[in-house]
Ligand binder design. Structure first.
Ligand code: PMP
Length: 454
């Protein structure tokens, strides 16, 4: 990510605030830092999964537990969480319905490698809310998107995947890519340069660019989030997603709308609320329960193909999907409890109102400081748009991914008891937040702005 400059940020003030806040952060997280030093001997970077160390530029802390919207660290600090584990924990810590359902499932048998009764409740309910009739479980959205790509390749007998600048669809070689003068290339280390060439990247909100790519008649799958959430927030222009659907059908490609994040923006996700037509929908991050599972939905036509090409252990070989711990009793119990008790119309109304409160509060703070900035707003999601206009594509969105500003804000907020969003996202309201949490976040954000803007 580049670090573009908003004219309104006083870089010297930002640097000295960062210096001061880093020192304060280290001083108040001494036990975490000592633990990490020890952990570095048995885990690279001292963490069990590398992103935990790579997601922000201050040292990590060690979490010890949480309740509702708060979690604690080893030094006894408490944080009100607005990163919500990049949407894997939007139900809050220790959410009762999830804790009870998952505990019951673990006690009675975490997994059987057989269907359990509740699977039909979950898949019928998702079909009703989202509009696609058939569903499969995986362990992660990355794995769901991998299976979607395989099925699309098989159905279309084509190989290429069309993705959009600013996309993220998981830890898959086809998605960890970036455009270059010599075509699509890996954006991270260790992925296949050959597979990267199977992906075509075009700007979001540009139907002409999508059509130019689809015209080659070699695209198996078009995959996008219905609103891009991994480069802050880019909303689709009116009619854009319908246009993409029409183009993918015209040129014989299948369409997947990845709602790993946006399912939590609105009841039924953006596909359900917008009645968007597509062949696949991806849901992820345990629907925000914190339990590792994901799902993908598909049309009946796609399901027919899956059924015809079942992979049989002794042969004949079929579609390459599935994994030993997918569709477990635990995942299904968590999904049912989430759908029944948390992801309710009332729950979504509540977090939408809180998201509005957060965006209104941030915009009022911007105004108070004379900033012509906007607050992103979509249901529970907000964020800092450092420009007067919302971006319509990733290139424009990147101008608001000012990493010096975001990193300094994160550590400032952490020192005041708020765990802020990672650089590509924005503060997100969880189902556990209360209005007072939002107001306190805004007060602290206002204090931060007061020190660093001019
Ligand atoms: N799709 C989207 C839209 C995502 O934002 C992410 C993760 N940020 C993924 C897929 C992959 O999810 P996971 O890391 O849980 O596999």
């Amino acid at each position: 990510m580049s670090a573009p400059a908003s004219d309104h940020i006083d870089r010297a003030a930002l640097a000295s605030l960062r210096f001061r806040e880093d020192a304060a952060f280290k001083a108040r997280t001494r036990k975490s830092q000592a633990w990490l030093a020890r952990a570095g001997k048995s885990m690279p970077n001292g963490v069990p999964m590398a992103w935990m160390a790579g997601l922000f530029r201050h040292n990590s802390i060690v979490a010890t537990g949480g309740a509702g919207p708060h979690f604690n660290d080893l030094d006894g600090n408490t944080y009100c969480d607005f990163n919500v584990c990049d949407l894997a924990m939007t139900m809050g810590y220790g959410a009762k319905p999830i804790a009870e359902a998952v505990s019951r499932a673990v006690t009675s048998g975490a997994h059987f490698l057989l269907p359990v009764e509740d699977a039909v409740f979950v898949t019928e309910e998702l079909a009703r809310r989202v509009g696609l009739p058939c569903w499969q479980f995986t362990l992660s959205a990355s794995a769901a998107n991998t299976e979607v790509m395989r099925i699309a390749r098989f159905i279309t007998r084509r190989n290429k995947i069309l993705v959009f600048d600013g996309q993220y669809h998981g830890h898959i070689d086809e998605s960890l890519v970036t455009p270059s003068a010599s075509g699509t290339v890996p954006v991270q280390l260790g992925t296949s340069a050959r597979i990267a060439q199977d992906s075509v990247i075009v700007p979001f909100n540009d139907l002409d660019a999508a059509e130019a790519a689809l015209k080659a008649n070699d695209i198996a799958l078009v995959i996008t989030e219905p609103a891009l959430t991994n480069c802050l927030l880019v909303e689709p222009a009116p009619g854009y997603l319908a246009g993409l659907r029409a183009l993918s059908q015209k040129y014989g490609a299948l369409l997947c709308l990845d709602e790993a994040h946006t399912f939590q923006f609105a009841y039924g996700g953006l596909v359900g609320t917008g009645k968007l037509a597509c062949d696949f929908v991806t849901l992820g991050k345990g629907l925000g329960t914190g339990i590792s599972f994901a799902l993908y939905g598909m049309s009946r036509d796609v399901a027919d193909v899956m059924e015809k090409h079942l992979d049989i252990d002794i042969g004949p070989k079929g579609l390459a999907t599935g994994g030993t711990t997918y569709g477990s009793n635990v995942a299904i119990a968590a999904a049912r409890a989430a759908l029944e008790h948390v992801l309710t119309p009332q729950g979504y109304d509540r977090i939408t109102a809180l998201g509005q409160r957060l965006a209104d509060g941030l915009e009022a703070a911007f105004k108070r400081h004379g900033l012509p900035w906007r607050a992103f707003r979509h249901g529970p999601r907000s964020g800092y748009c450092l420009e007067p206009e919302f971006p319509t594509n990733a290139e424009a969105a990147t101008r608001s991914i000012d990493t010096d500003f975001i990193d300094a804000r994160r550590v400032f907020m952490a020192n005041r008891g708020f765990w802020d969003a990672v650089a590509s996202a924005g503060p997100q309201v969880s189902f556990a937040h209360q209005p007072a949490d939002i107001d306190l976040y805004v007060t602290q954000a206002d204090g931060f702005l007061g020190e660093v803007v001019r």
